[in-house]
Design a protein around this ligand. Structure first.
Ligand code: ARG
Length: 305
């Protein structure tokens, strides 16, 4: 059943990204001249090898509005949406490759990239030096900060992050994420709970099973629009800034092509449009994950996948 849902969401997303490609214009001139051989011609896509020839296989974890999430459209259907998805479409178009999006939990994005099963991970990835053995990172395409979130009911309960470093508190973070590191650094004495999806962290918090959660600020603010009981309480400093595309380790030609595409998307205003559209779609829609109701079903579906 979950598979069907993903397949549907995936085909909708592909249709969406194809439509986006049609609109993005301006990058058509980047296509390699037909008949060009090997690398060294200077164009980004010369000599790029991918997991499946002709395709760009991209892993993402759609629990992270406005980066990537399931938005419910006018017909009540779930569609993959978000500025990471739009950027993926732009990069594929720029490199003249057919986009294939593979949704999975975030720890899976890291594992699949590390195993070399996908070309890219576009999933709000922080270019953390600890990950650089497993993947390469593009230039950053978006700036973001980190926060500690609580519920509205508790908004005045603690005066600082340090006050939440308390063994009687349960604090959530996404499995495999830098937010888990932040929890470990800032609130090591608390009971730190790792959950597969960011939406699990939010639903457990709203359900009273967690006291707080570490979440990226724009993501927390986005979900707070739909779930006003969520309160973004504190900024949490973190020295790795921004989000990058994770690139299969050692694929230098692909990394160069991705960096060229990102530079183009930042320069021609596309990225700004992707962000604006994603913010619009994320506010007022319900996101998959919260609807599914809690960590147990999410854990079960992540095991099945
Ligand atoms: N920026 C954080 C990291 O790289 C969290 C990313 C989570 N992404 C997601 N789609 N859930 O660890």
């Amino acid at each position: 059943m979950m598979k069907k849902f993903f397949a549907l969401a995936l085909s909708l997303a592909m249709a969406l990204s194809l439509a986006a490609c049609g609109n993005s214009g301006g990058s058509a001139g980047s296509s390699a001249p037909s008949g060009s051989v090997g690398s060294g011609s200077g164009s980004a896509e010369a000599g790029i090898q991918t997991v499946t020839p002709g395709k760009l296989t991209v892993a993402t974890s759609p629990d992270f509005a406005p980066y990537e999430f399931y938005a419910i459209d006018k017909n009540g259907d779930a569609q993959l949406a978000g500025f990471d998805l739009a950027l993926a479409g732009y990069i594929a178009d720029y490199l003249d490759l057919e986009l294939e999006i593979v949704p999975m939990d975030f720890d899976g994005v890291l594992a699949e990239l590390n195993a070399g099963n996908v070309d890219l991970g576009i999933s709000g990835l922080s270019p953390d030096p600890d990950r650089m053995k497993a993947m390469d990172f593009s230039d950053t395409y978006y700036a973001g900060g980190q926060s500690l979130v609580v519920t509205q009911a508790n908004k005045d309960k603690w005066a600082s992050v340090a006050e939440l470093n308390d063994p009687s508190l349960s604090i959530g973070a996404q499995l495999g994420s830098i937010q888990y590191k932040l929890a470990d650094e800032n609130t090591p004495d608390a009971d730190i709970i790792q959950l597969p999806k960011v939406t699990d962290v939010i639903s457990e918090l709203l359900g009273g099973k967690l006291d707080a959660g570490f979440i990226e600020t724009v993501v927390a603010e986005s979900y707070a629009k739909n779930y006003p009981d969520l309160y973004v309480a504190f900024d949490v400093p973190y020295d790795v800034k921004g989000s990058s595309v994770g690139v299969q380790k050692g694929n230098a030609a692909l990394l160069a092509g991705v960096n060229e595409a990102i530079a183009a998307a930042l320069a021609d205003g596309s990225m700004d449009n992707f962000v604006a559209t994603a913010n619009e779609q994320a506010s007022g829609n319900i996101h998959e994950g919260l609807l599914e109701g809690g960590a147990s079903s999410a854990a079960a579906s992540s095991q099945a996948g």
